[in-house]
Write a protein that binds this ligand. Structure first.
Ligand SMILES: [Zn+2]
Length: 129
């Protein structure tokens, strides 16, 4: 069964459906989600202890239900709408990373002075103390 991915243009929440006939609506923002096209194939689900939920999750469905329950609980507790979604570490969009911000990150790190350069500056300012 094919899976279709949709992303909210506002809050960036990712939703998966088995039907691509109509775009689903974001449960938080109540706006239509945008179809997300990708050639990335997520790894098969491995049962594990999930630290976010604080319990063992046996399947993807179990994990999604746990996130839904945690979202509902946090919404009720805080009065602020919560919608926890699984985030793929390879999904840069989910973290709001843009090509520009990635370039800035690399520029900062490549332009940073080395430890030896900092020592030279320190030595010239303090007379080597
Ligand atoms: Zn949204």
């Amino acid at each position: 069964m094919p899976l279709y991915e949709w992303r909210c243009p506002k809050c960036h929440a990712l939703t998966t459906t088995t039907d691509n006939s109509t775009p689903p609506t974001c449960t938080l923002c109540t706006i239509s989600l945008h179809r997300r096209y990708t050639f990335y194939k997520p790894a098969p689900f491995t049962p594990h202890f999930n630290v976010s939920l604080g319990r063992h999750v046996s399947s993807r469905q179990d994990f999604l239900e746990g996130l839904k329950a945690a979202s509902d609980s946090a919404t009720e507790r805080t009065g602020i709408p919560h919608n926890y979604v699984p985030i793929d570490i390879a999904d840069r969009d989910a973290f709001g990373a843009t090509d520009e911000s990635m370039d800035d990150y690399h520029r900062q790190h490549h332009d940073s002075p080395t430890y030896d350069q900092l020592r030279e500056v320190h030595a010239s300012e303090t007379g080597g103390i």
